[in-house]
Ligand binder design. Structure first.
Ligand code: BTN
Length: 334
């Protein structure tokens, strides 16, 4: 097994000291490397945003770790069994979904997480773009190999939807799911999920589960045309939020739903119930764009295939793919 890089080893020792100092000579002795290597490791850590204080007599101590998409930070304290056991982090990519798909085609194990600070060509559903400014959000994708029927792919996306809503609840943010899988705070979108698959017939060879959460944008960070429609956790809570612990929590909460689904333990009923409970579309009047058509009716339930069931004057219509243009409590007219 290759030995960890020196910066990883230095940070492990400093972390283990819980804020107490350690002498450079002790560090170099413990790691069995010359003091120059320790120094190089410290420089690398500082470049990555770690705050390492150095006192001429007492030695060094770790004062702060960066809230950046670094493999080391995402893995630190992560207690999942599958999701994020392998992590690949990037500064800037076109889309983490593209990278994850490429890695998956090259044999990356199930659960591999790809995260980036910034996406230059982030994608949303239905060919839309997804703004992913540097350091402002969680832009990440997971490699999954469910092997189940391609028609069931939406179930894995639903796991992430519920997982993200639960994660946000832990920081006091009440978010809801808008069909098919938007994450919203009130009327504004804070996150979304994009699943993409490579299938052989009706079996999924690879499923990439991409999710984006707006974390630290201020209003001005959003494009002018999005300002009334988008929000961030910072705007919702009035505080800058740390992204890495949120990402770890999303992985944990999502995994709790996903593992039983992947193992086909008949867990879909519970997931569907949780999803419907978190869904703000159900019970509302909706206007849905389905291809060229706009359908008006009352959203009554989500089918086991993920379809939205809409009641139109007593007749139910199942909508597999569409875009909810509007949802509200009053009949919107035609
Ligand atoms: C949507 O609501 O339309 C889906 C948005 C999904 C955005 C995420 S960000 C990480 C991953 N990479 C992408 O290009 N898109 C997804």
């Amino acid at each position: 097994m290759p030995e960890d890089a020196i910066d990883d080893r230095v940070v492990d020792v400093l972390r283990g000291r819980s804020g107490e100092t350690v002498l450079p000579s002790e560090l170099s002795e413990r790691l069995g490397v010359p003091s120059e290597s320790v120094r190089d490791g410290i420089c690398t850590l500082r470049d990555q945003g770690y705050e390492v204080e150095e006192h001429p007599v007492r030695g060094m101590r770790l004062l702060g770790v960066p809230d950046r998409m670094l493999e080391r930070e995402i893995l630190h304290g992560l207690d999942t069994k599958l999701l994020g056991r392998r992590v690949r982090c990037y500064g800037r990519v076109r889309s983490t979904n593209d990278v994850a798909m490429r890695l998956a085609e090259g044999g990356a194990p199930e659960g591999t997480l790809v995260a980036a600070e910034c996406q230059t060509g982030g994608r949303g559903r239905s060919g839309r773009s997804w703004d992913s400014p540097e350091g402002m959000g969680i832009w990440a994708s997971l490699v999954l190999r469910p092997g189940s029927r391609a028609a069931d792919a939406h179930r894995l996306g639903m796991c992430a939807g519920v997982g993200i809503v639960q994660t946000l609840a832990r920081i006091g943010v009440h978010a809801a799911l808008k069909w098919p899988n938007d994450i919203r705070i009130g009327e504004k979108k804070v996150g979304g999920i994009l699943t993409e698959t490579q299938a052989n017939g009706d079996r999924i060879r690879v499923l990439v589960l991409g999710f984006g959460v707006n974390v630290n944008q201020t209003k001005e960070c959003f494009r002018e045309d999005l300002r009334d429609m988008a929000t961030s956790l910072r705007l919702a809570t009035g505080r800058i939020q740390e992204r890495v612990p949120l990402l770890q929590r999303i992985l944990r909460e999502t995994e709790a739903w996903l593992l039983p689904i992947l193992r086909d333990e008949g867990a879909f009923g519970r997931l569907l119930e949780a999803w419907q409970e978190a869904c703000s579309t159900l019970g509302k009047w909706v206007k849905i764009e389905v291809g060229e058509e706009v359908i008006v009716g009352r959203a009554v339930e989500i089918g086991s295939d993920g379809a939205l069931v809409v009641d139109r004057k007593g007749k139910c219509k199942r909508i597999r793919t569409g875009h909810v243009l509007w949802q509200g409590n009053e009949y919107p007219g035609k």
